[in-house]
Design a protein around this ligand. Structure first.
Ligand SMILES: Nc1ncnc2c1ncn2[C@@H]1O[C@H](COP(=O)(O)OP(=O)(O)OP(=O)(O)O)[C@@H](O)[C@H]1O
Length: 293
């Protein structure tokens, strides 16, 4: 779908992107993750042709590819209705007449605002505005949708609705680029992801592979007894919430040992859980925990 080669971009001599290269396959949701100032928005604006003065190449598999860009800031005219906003963006994308009217109503329904089309945007909640912001970028049925932090400041219901919209777009064959700070979002909806830091890609690939490569599983145990003497040969042990967290590359063996131990001591385990490695661990492993502001 899209190949990015050696992109460099500076603002007044400060490097925002350094030698960024990526390949984004067709039909997937591709996550861009990174701390504040990592360069996600700059990269997205370059792909969306909002920024033109940069070094390097962005190559699309199809030169006539239609792109829908959802900016980080809500870009709506709040004094007019939701329908009018969609109508305006549809016109910008070259739609007119009955087709434009039909598409605006269709998009209102896709973004869950079919009953609010005639209301002014200034009466909308944050979630409704975010959904409308996305809707405006969908008017011309783009094949590539680029979204920059589309869930900032919204409630879990709107967030879930946006995820379902993304799933539906993907099911329709669209490709989505999704920038976010929220690891759990990337983990939930993205097939592949690139981690950015200080204007560079520090790692990229399928989300599952990244988890396997960087995140170590752990076993959490809480019970009446201590731990087997030799447990630390299987991993590192830390105290957590009146129990123990054992970080280990062999979680099944550790669980087996803990169960045997509790039987031997004849005491009840309160909790024994395998804690799934998270993308947040991968994020901190790759970018560190130091503040960026
Ligand atoms: N218009 C601009 N003028 C000057 N510097 C800019 C401009 N836009 C971005 N930068 C700088 O470029 C770097 C990358 O910023 P960018 O907004 O692309 O990062 P980001 O990963 O999207 O951050 P955030 O998550 O905070 O939105 C930062 O150091 C930022 O201060």
């Amino acid at each position: 779908m899209l190949t990015i080669n050696n992109i460099n971009k500076s603002y007044a001599g400060n490097h925002a992107l350094s030698n960024v290269s990526l390949h984004i396959p067709e039909g997937i949701c591709y996550g861009l993750v990174g701390p504040n100032g990592a360069g996600k928005s700059t990269l997205i604006k370059i792909i969306a042709s909002v920024i033109h003065n940069f070094d390097g190449h962005v190559q699309f598999s199809n030169n006539k590819l239609q792109i829908g860009y959802v900016p980080q800031e809500i870009s709506l005219e709040e004094t007019v209705t939701a329908y009018d906003n969609l109508y305006f963006f549809g016109k910008l994308y070259g739609l007119y007449g009955k087709v434009l009217n039909r598409r605006a109503n269709q998009v209102l329904s896709e973004i869950g605002l079919e009953n609010r089309g005639k209301d002014k945007v200034l009466t909308f909640s944050g979630g409704m505005k975010r959904r409308l912001n996305i809707g405006c970028a969908l008017m011309h049925k783009p094949r590539l949708i680029i979204t920059d932090e589309p869930t900032v400041g919204i409630d879990p219901q709107s967030r879930q609705y946006i995820f379902q919209m993304i799933e539906q777009l993907k099911a329709n064959g669209c490709t989505i680029i999704y920038a976010s700070h929220y690891m759990e979002e990337i983990e939930q909806i993205c097939d592949e992801a690139a981690f950015m830091d200080h204007g560079q890609i520090v790692e990229n690939g399928p989300v599952e592979s990244l988890l396997q490569k960087y995140a170590i599983p752990a076993v959490y145990v809480k019970g009446q007894h201590g731990l087997p003497d030799d447990i630390d040969q299987y991993g590192s042990v830390t105290s957590k919430d009146n129990g123990y967290l054992i970080t280990t590359s062999n979680p099944l063996k550790v669980m087996e040992k803990l169960i045997d131990f509790s039987r031997m001591k004849d005491c009840r385990l309160e909790r024994l859980e395998l804690s799934k490695p998270s993308l947040e661990e991968v994020f901190f492993a790759l970018t560190g925990t130091q503040l960026r502001d």
